[in-house]
Write a protein that binds this ligand. Structure first.
Ligand code: NAG
Ligand code: NAG
Ligand code: NAG
Length: 471
């Protein structure tokens, strides 16, 4: 291996919202001449390769079969493959990778030319630091959650038994946030969040996993940017008592959208043709990502809200997991009644849709990957967060005055069609939303600052090299 280049193990959690940013990071590192061993399971690797056919030869996939675990379907390898109540079995199976990963370290470290210089790991990897330490390989935790969410969760001491003992305690900003902030859960979101304190099938909570990878990292890195999060990043570094490096938002590269284009199914309604016929910035794009789902009742309310609003829409609609194919989910007659203003379709090339001149807004579940994609084009947002960090992301976006959240019942999370319609019109049409639309366009500059992204990665690489010298 040439003098200056590093061999880096990259090991994401088994969810596409993690695997894809870890792959983007791998690409940025490979572009700089560093060798990557990307660890995952066979089907996930196969799917990643399909998304991204032209990867650098410096990225090598290490495929380790997932051990079978009772209650986990044989073919399930990612959170996309299981309903949320089964993710606990996926975590248990994931923990079963400890022995094969340890064996890999043993053989890789036996030879100087294959020895890894670093492991970049994810939140779930509580058993990785022990192995890495045995072989003297430094670790860093790469967080796909942005810094405000990590700050909200708190320092390790807090994660492992803190002052927040009731669900209400998660509905206000924590005591260690010294500046004004709205980043906290709503009551209905906080209840869902408390799942991270459950032991369940794997015997270890998500929060214990997180604490252990933070604690074991030489430094922590996150999918964050100085531009938008600087005060959060410095606070997080204080809380963790170690350096926290933002490595940029890692916007998806062209490769992915190209393969999306080629995979359009024959006979599928041509979404792009339809968009071509709509007025400029008139269409609200609606999508909830690959895992988040609403209850059928709320899907109905949302659909009826769309009807009431009369705003043009393109709805990328997925059936909630675990619902049989012949169950009707949209309200009776919805598609016919809205034929003139919108379409519902199972799958769309998201980046291409967001890039289209007819699209003027985005109703999102607030997954950070979707937000990053959106602000390549600067659309204002309608916010309907569903789980994990999404509620916290939504508060952060509202604070920036580029988005409007659909008002919801604090207890149940329910919302009404009238409120849906009201918010749609503000964001898409009314004078009241002008400033929001304007601010969203401005934010595009921040998200499209590619030079700044490159700088973030350069600094990150310098950091990795420095530790290599220190070891
Ligand atoms: C936590 O919640 C309980 C019950 O709502 C409340 O009495 C207490 O003051 C809260 N503590 C903090 C620190 O917010
Ligand atoms: C534990 O199981 C409960 C019930 O199935 C679920 O709601 C919760 O999210 C699970 N927690 C984890 C960390 O998987
Ligand atoms: C943190 O790391 C230290 C040494 O690296 C270890 O002794 C300690 O047990 C760890 N604490 C937690 C909570 O993982």
């Amino acid at each position: 291996m040439s003098g200056d280049s590093l061999h880096i193990l990259v090991f994401p959690w088994l969810a596409f919202g993690h695997m894809l940013p870890f792959l983007e990071l791998s690409k940025s590192l490979a572009k700089r001449g560093h060798r990557i061993t990307y660890i995952s399971t066979p089907r996930n690797i196969q799917r990643l390769r399909q998304f991204q056919p032209n990867l650098s030869p410096l990225i090598h996939f290490l495929s380790i079969p997932l051990p079978s675990v009772e209650h986990l379907p044989e073919t399930a390898e990612s959170t996309r493959d299981v309903p949320s109540e089964k993710v606990q079995y996926l975590k248990k199976a994931f923990d079963g990778l400890e022995a094969p990963v340890s064996a890999f370290f043993k053989s890789a470290c036996a030879d100087k030319s294959s020895r890894p210089d670093w492991v970049i790991m994810d939140f779930a990897h509580h058993w990785v630091p022990k192995i890495a330490e045995e072989y003297h390989v430094p670790c860093t935790f790469f967080s796909v959650l942005i810094s405000p969410s990590l700050v909200f969760m708190g320092p390790c001491s807090e994660l492992l038994g803190g002052y927040r003992t009731s669900v209400e305690n998660f509905t206000v900003p924590p005591k260690w946030v010294p500046f004004p902030s709205n980043v906290a859960y709503r009551l209905h979101e906080a209840r869902g969040f408390l799942g991270v304190f459950d032991r369940n099938a794997s015997g270890i909570t998500d929060i214990e996993r997180l604490a252990s990878v933070v604690n074991a990292s030489k430094f922590v890195c996150s999918r964050s940017c100085h531009n938008l999060e600087s005060k959060w990043l410095s606070l997080l570094s204080k809380l963790y008592e170690k350096e926290v490096m933002p490595i940029g938002y890692l916007p998806p590269s062209i490769d992915k959208s190209q393969s999306e284009k080629s995979s359009k199914a024959a006979g599928e309604l041509d979404v792009m043709d339809w968009l071509d016929q709509q007025p400029v910035e008139s269409v609200l794009y609606i999508a909830f990502g690959s895992e988040a789902c609403l209850s059928i009742e709320l899907i109905h309310e949302l659909a009826l809200g769309i009807e009431v609003s009369k705003v043009r829409f393109l709805w990328a609609f997925r059936k909630p997991k675990g619902i049989s194919d012949d169950t009707r989910i949209l309200p009776e007659g919805f598609e016919e009644r809205t034929r003139d203003i919108g379409i519902v379709t199972a799958w769309v090339p998201q980046m291409k849709v967001l890039a289209h001149a007819s699209v003027g807004g985005f109703l999102t579940h607030c997954g950070w990957s979707s937000i990053v994609e959106n602000f390549q084009f600067g659309h204002p947002l309608v916010l309907l967060p569903i789980f994990i960090d999404q509620g916290l992301n939504a508060r952060m976006l509202e604070d920036k005055n580029i988005a409007v959240a659909i008002p919801r019942d604090e207890e149940t999370g329910d919302f009404s069609r009238e409120d849906v319609a009201k918010v749609f019109r503000i964001v898409m049409e009314e004078e009241k939303g002008k400033e929001i639309r304007h601010n969203a366009k401005l934010l595009k500059k921040v998200f499209m600052d590619l030079a700044s992204y490159e700088n973030h990665i350069d600094e990150f690489v310098e950091k990795l090299k420095k530790f290599k010298l220190d070891v």
